[in-house]
Design a protein around this ligand. Structure first.
Ligand SMILES: O=C(O)CCC(=O)C(=O)O
Length: 363
């Protein structure tokens, strides 16, 4: 599965393969607001799709502005409670890396991931209510789609940690490892991760995906994921410009090489699930924690899912207040709790010990 090329050659070949797949372009919807069939077909065949030009430049600038503030407040080192300016760290949502030697040299830890951006950045909450992102969700998962989890991947220039090759879906496979999801996208499924690009994602810093790998679970029958040092010949980078969105089926094999390039990568990840794939499912949850370093066995009952679904109408309302000229998305699903975004709602979703993300839905 390895290639004999240099990394630069592998990147260039990967770029060409990515651009030849026919799974990128603007989000096109029919009169009912559903994604065009050719987009759905390309997504179902490849296990990922790139939507170009979804989020406009001004909104990306707002997102980056707030993100820089959140990044500034990261702990200066693993285990510390102050940031580089000596200010108290407000939230324990940073996944950091950096070895003891780097710490001894006085170098700060590297921030690789920031979890739960909907309560850290109002711009992220508004993005979550973006009409096109929600139309995409309804097209893939039905009008009553429900939430998954959100985070921000930060691959710093020259120091971005790799993301190991993996398939996120851990639940809806048969005993031989075949996906329960059908080739047309129906059936029990693991949802998708949709990465909104804040900056250019090149082959050297991007997420990579193995097209068509969402049909078979690598871990079935004692199998393993390849190590990230393996340059899988058929893998392709998810090439994005700021405002583009890469939607990756969570059953696809995907990963990212260490970012040794001069360009940092920042992608905000949102995702949604099919309601019937979530309610009643028993599995191992790895997302409903301050950072993804724990696990719990869980069965998602209706109340759990519907309380989490409240974040969708709240985000739509937060967006409506900020962009009064835009036609808001009308969510057809059900949820528990209020749908008006205001300071009471903010207090409710951030209440210590009962934050909205305590009901994140790993499948
Ligand atoms: O963007 C990345 O590097 C990793 C994303 C990822 O692992 C995921 O979407 O599950």
């Amino acid at each position: 599965m390895t290639t004999g090329e240099s990394f630069e050659e592998y990147c260039e070949d990967g770029r060409k393969r990515a651009l030849s797949l026919g799974n990128r372009g603007p989000a096109k919807f029919d009169a009912q607001g559903r994604l065009a069939q050719d987009i759905l077909d390309a997504y179902n065949a490849n296990g990922f799709y790139v939507f170009t030009g979804v989020v406009d430049t001004a909104e990306i600038a707002e997102l980056i502005g707030e993100f820089e503030g959140v990044l500034e407040n990261a702990p200066v080192n693993i285990g510390e409670e102050i940031d580089r300016q000596g200010e108290p760290v407000r939230y324990p949502y940073y996944t950091l890396s950096g070895d003891d030697e780097a710490k001894a040299r006085g170098e700060p830890s590297i921030v690789g991931l920031i979890s739960h951006p909907l309560m850290l950045m109002d711009s992220a909450l508004r993005l979550y209510g973006h009409p096109d992102l929600l139309r995409i969700a309804a097209s893939i998962h039905g009008d009553d789609f429900v939430p998954f989890h959100e985070s921000i991947f930060h691959k710093g220039a020259g120091e971005g940690p790799p993301t190991n090759w993996h398939q996120d879906g851990r639940t809806h496979w048969d005993e031989t490892g075949r996906a329960l999801e059908q080739p047309d996208g129906t059936g029990k499924r693991h949802g998708y991760n949709l990465s909104v690009a804040f900056c250019r994602c090149t082959p050297a810093n991007a997420l990579w995906v193995v097209p068509g790998s969402h049909r078979q679970w690598c871990l079935a029958n004692g199998g393993e994921f390849p190590p990230i040092r393996k340059r899988i010949p058929e893998a392709v980078p998810v090439l994005l410009e700021p405002g583009d969105c890469g939607m990756v089926n969570r059953s696809s094999l995907h990963g990212a090489y260490a970012n040794l390039s001069r360009d940092r990568r920042v992608t905000l990840l949102v995702g949604f699930h099919n309601r019937d794939s979530a309610i009643g499912t028993e599995t191992v949850n790895v997302h409903a924690f301050p950072i993804p370093n724990k696990k719990k066995h869980i069965r998602y009952d209706e109340e759990y899912v519907l309380r989490r679904a409240q974040m969708i109408p709240l985000a739509i309302d937060a967006r409506r207040q900020h962009f009064p000229d835009e036609v808001p998305y009308e969510y057809q699903g059900t949820w528990l709790g209020g749908a008006d975004w205001n300071e009471n709602a903010r207090a409710e979703i951030t209440r210590s010990g009962d934050e909205y993300w305590q009901r994140d839905i790993t499948l």
